[in-house]
Design a protein around this ligand. Sequence first.
Ligand code: PEP
Ligand code: MN
Ligand code: NA
Length: 595
Amino acid sequence: MTKTKTMNEAPTTNRALRAWVQAIAEHTRPARIRWCDGSEEERITLERDMALSGSFIELDPRTHPRSFLHRSDPTDVARTEHLTFISTPRREDAGPTNHWMSREEAQARVWPLFAGAMKDRTMYVVPYLMGPAGSPFSRVGVELTDSPYVALNLRIMTRMGRAALGHLGAAESFVRGIHSLGDLSPDRRFVVHFPETLEIWSIGSGYGGNALLSKKCHALRIASAQARAEGWLAEHMLILGLTSPEGRTHYVTAAFPSACGKTNLAMLVPSLPGWKIETVGDDICWMHPGSDGRLWAINPENGMFGVAPGTSLKTNPNAMKALAHDVIFTNVALRAGRRVWWEGMSQLDEHEIIEDWRGAKWTNGAATSPAAHPNSRFTVPLRQCPSAAGSFDLATGVPISAILFGGRRSKLAPLVYEARSFRHGVYVGATMASETTAAATGAVGVLRNDPMAMLPFCGYNMGDYFAHWMAVGKGLSRPPKIFHVNWFRTGDDGRILWPGFGDNIRVLKWILERVEGTATARESAIGLLPHERGIDLTGMDLSKDALFQLLAVDSGAWLREADGVLEFLRKFADRLPAALLAEHRSLVKRLHDSL
Ligand code: PEP
Ligand code: MN
Ligand code: NA
């Protein structure tokens, strides 16, 4: 057995960390260990190594300075929910919506896969800080990975290296993530979380949330369990600042499932004059009750891992500007001259020949499958986004005035409605559903329940999660108002009714006016809706009929929906909070009364 060589001196004296790195190296047997410090020198070295090994294609430095394309293994292109496990001592604590694995089984089935897994590879020690430096809400994790792609992504996605070690100091408690590409076989792919011991074991995937352990594994699955124990919320939400023409700012969070437009909403360019949107976060939000009775939110991340297809100067000009330099693209298409392309980005020349996401020749006009993978991504620092908020780095976070829940629902759910109370809002979030997307493997377009957009990301029993939401709400003297939005509603002819993107400011405007108490609303069985003239349609071409359909409530259809909701809620059996069932009963009663 060759001896592991340490390439650089550990930039920390933290004994718990150094001992753990040693122990994992003894099991995984890397040829080398590299401690990541977040320096510029380190970036250049890793990028050069990636380019030399063929894992990075350097893009044209004139159009894409310091940017690269990475192609993942074609069998490893999205989150794999069926291979993702929560390991709690008791199965019922993981709950009916998670796959559970006992510690014994993980030890027997998964741990041996790590034995010698890093042989001939470098083990990167990647310390990362989730949250602003100096914030009491920030947390440290360390990922040990044999993927330099992962190390370079974490450098963008988190405050990586010395900043994290400084925050950690000599503390022994940090999230311990072990990641190996293994042999990339889906048959030997596992992502296992141990919320009680703050551990993550991931093997066999190099993609997205399976491999960038700071993101879904730490900041959502592990953090949600910590948040429950400590009285806060770790959520799959964007955070935006909304400023009216009069100069009043409110902060809003929004939970939509993966690939339903969080990144677009977080940085939208308003189609109404005088309004301004600032981006605090586009995917994850940690919210703490403040001493003022409000919820205060930080974005634990430092960058975006956004879905590329559909992103254009028209749909998301701020994202396009953010992508001007220093980007890692994954699984997008490549044009001649080493420029990236994806569906929806721009017009290709007729008969233009490019390379698809696998590197195969692809001809415009003659293609039978997309050139960019539908779940292809860009990784970019949030500060490169022109709409990035200064408040993004505030140690206190920002106070939240409204929470939005939403998804892809071609039918039923109106453009917007407001919950009658915080408790009713928890019910609205708990019972939301959305059509599946390419962000996870499996069929696309299938309607499924996805409470608070956390179905794949809640690290404990979701019945307890609903109860925790109720408890947090009870403790707030100034709770945010809760809304449900749906940008994806289609009309009877199957065509989408609402243009979305920059026009979503019109919905946000009504929401802000509701928060400030200046807009009226009409009662309906499902909640409070805008009056016909409540949504500002200035300068917009929307037919009266479309608006009517967007704001209609079909009580019969909602009653049929309620049957499915009840069936879903029943899964949680005795873990379901009584208050949620009470909300369900009153909804059904209001729907019957309105028939
Ligand atoms: C992922 O889980 O792979 C991921 C990156 O999450 P999302 O699709 O929500 O961006
Ligand atoms: Mn997400
Ligand atoms: Na899918």
